[in-house]
Design a protein around this ligand. Sequence first.
Ligand code: ZN
Length: 220
Amino acid sequence: MSDYQHHWKDGTPVHLPLGKIVCIGRNYAEHARELNNPVPDEPLLFIKPSTAAVHITRPLDFPRNQGAVHFETELAVLIGRPLTNASTSEVEAAILGFGLALDLTLRDVQSKLKDKGQPWERAKGFDGACPLSPFVAADKLPRDNIHFTLDIDGQRQQTGDSRDMLNPIVLLIAHMSSQFTLQPGDVVLTGTPKGVGPLVSGQTLSLELEDVLFVETTVV
Ligand code: ZN
């Protein structure tokens, strides 16, 4: 059972419940290419359940007998107001915070599901599949040029910048809200840049968001 609760960077709790985690596949062209996937002509959305969320600093654990588990480092957006068919200005006003997430993925399971044209939940929704960092207030960062990195055991593994997103943050969230309502406390994951790979026991992962957030975790 997840006892996850949103926090700000200074450790104070965010008094909003996590309802759902709405994600996009293939929001960076170079990541779509590295997995030999076409770039979709409309956003490829999926949802992780709230039970997938864990604090990122807790050692990462995941199913061990279903093939490779890949890390995907993603910019996470904390939603602060209800959004239904939202305009871009309504989305702007609803962005409460930014953080970092790992969209952990059972890659071999996902490949089989993709081959069969089946939904991805088995690969993306397991307990612990969404480690989340604390959040920083949205006004600390620009919208269109947010830089983040992942190092594993001291080696740079992923570098992301929101300006490389095929669907920029605000338009992406507006689109999501045209498909289903986003609630205060929901989290949006904005896709991974290239450089994904398998987690291996004992690795140390260091994630950095601009110069405002740094978190470190290990693999069980
Ligand atoms: Zn992802």
